[in-house]
Design a protein around this ligand. Structure first.
Ligand code: NIG
Ligand code: FE
Length: 412
């Protein structure tokens, strides 16, 4: 079954050969073809080029994209979409003057979500999560990483990971799972955090690895959560069991977590709202992808990750949503891309590179997703008629997406 998308006003992120990621000044370059065609065979990109060279191409299905742009679907490398209920009361409490930290200190925040999740059936959790996944696919996400971390007991963490496994089975969007048991210290271990870290290392990691429920290991490395020693121990144990590190770090405080992540060959370091020059030096000597989560900064009114500084230091940068009930109740990658341009001063080219090919790298899928390359999966966004790609971040808050294709099939 072949599909030809023809008369595309501009085809974005066209790469003749597959590249893992783009860094530094190369991020300013977004390769495109104007007046283009794109040819799919089932779920795979098999050809593209100028409409001038499209004359003899026929296909089972033809889509006319006159006036429209086509680009790879967003690759959202950091989400927590499996959660139970919402936390809008904490949102109101913050408006009324409490801080995110105040709320966490009185047992709200992640612990609030953990209690809700522990009391939610696996079926209900699946339905709530599947609805969020459908919503973000319609918003153009074609590959997504999903974390555990609202269970905080062995059983509830496994429940979350089984829900992710079922989402993988039921949806054709690409999904990668991450074990984030070290997301907060559960109330039962309030005075004995080491025992909880031991539980993660001795019970949870071996079980998750054995049952192949996750590919990545994450830790919330932050004051009041998990320190450098905890982080090192958990990443090391994860690595021994074949899980690759990918961590929450430098969200509120910078105290050396990036160095620990880099030493453990982390695939990505995420948040980085607080950054020191030494952190940049460590990243420059690594293959670790820095990931910015601008919707989280927007929602919590905390600093934006200094993305400009990272890119200007020759580093790559990825953008992700952080979709979760506490700090980012939105998985809309279009808003992420806009906010990165508006608040972090990324150019549209940099932001689109960061949300496609570099997002794919940060979740280990850039060989098959994140660019228009022959052999890659046909996970695509077809926009409504718009004047240019800069219009996507510029006209923020509007929905510019007409069609989302996942594995070559219309998904919205
Ligand atoms: O990435 N920082 C830690 N975890 C989430 C927020 C968790 C929550 O508040 O529920 C984040 O922002
Ligand atoms: Fe997060």
């Amino acid at each position: 079954m072949t599909t030809l998308i023809k008369n595309i006003q501009e085809l974005l992120q066209v790469r003749e050969t597959s590249i893992p990621k783009v860094s530094g000044t190369n991020m300013r370059h977004l390769p495109t073809i104007k007046n283009a065609y794109l040819l799919l065979d089932d779920d795979t990109i098999v050809g593209f080029g100028s409409m001038d060279d499209c004359k003899n191409i026929d296909a089972d299905t033809i889509i006319d994209a006159t006036g429209k742009l086509v680009l790879p679907a967003w690759c959202d490398s950091h989400t927590h979409i499996v959660y139970a209920g919402n936390r809008e009361q904490e949102f109101v409490d913050r408006i009324n003057g409490l801080s995110y930290e105040d709320i966490a200190n009185r047992g709200g925040g992640i612990l609030n979500s953990a209690e809700k999740l522990q009391n939610t059936s696996e079926e209900d959790l699946y339905q709530q999560s599947a609805n969020r996944l459908k919503q973000v696919i319609a918003q153009g996400t074609g590959a997504i990483e999903i974390k555990s971390g609202y269970g905080l007991t062995v059983e509830a963490e496994l429940k979350m990971l089984r829900v992710i496994k079922r989402l993988k089975r039921d949806f054709s969007v690409k999904i990668k799972a991450t074990l984030l048991a070290a997301h907060a210290v559960p109330t039962a271990y309030k005075n004995n955090k080491t025992a909880y870290v031991d539980l993660i290392i001795n019970e949870l990691i071996p079980r998750v690895a054995n049952e192949q429920l996750a590919k990545y290991i994450d830790v919330f490395c932050e004051k009041g959560y998990f320190n450098l020693t905890d982080t090192q121990r958990i990443l090391e144990a994860g690595t021994m069991h074949g899980l690759t590190p990918k961590i929450h770090v430098n969200q509120f405080n910078a105290f050396g977590g990036i160095e620990v992540a880099v030493k453990n060959n982390a695939l990505s370091v995420d948040h980085l709202e607080e950054l020191q020059d030494a952190d940049i030096k460590h990243l420059q000597q690594s293959n670790t992808m820095p990931v910015a989560l601008p919707s989280c900064s927007y929602f919590l009114s905390i600093p934006y990750t200094p993305g400009r500084k990272l890119i200007d230091a020759g580093l790559p940068l990825a953008l992700a949503s952080d979709y979760n009930p506490g700090s980012t109740p939105s998985g809309n990658m279009n808003f992420v891309v806009s906010t990165a341009c508006i608040k972090m001063k990324l150019t549209p080219e940099e932001a689109i590179n960061a949300a496609t090919i570099n997002g794919a790298y940060a979740m280990g899928v850039s060989n098959m997703y994140g660019s228009i390359t022959r052999g890659k999966k046909a996970n695509l966004i077809i926009t409504k008629p718009i004047p240019s790609y800069a219009f996507l971040p510029y006209a923020f808050g509007d929905n510019h997406i007409e069609t989302v294709l996942i594995n070559g099939v219309k998904a919205n």
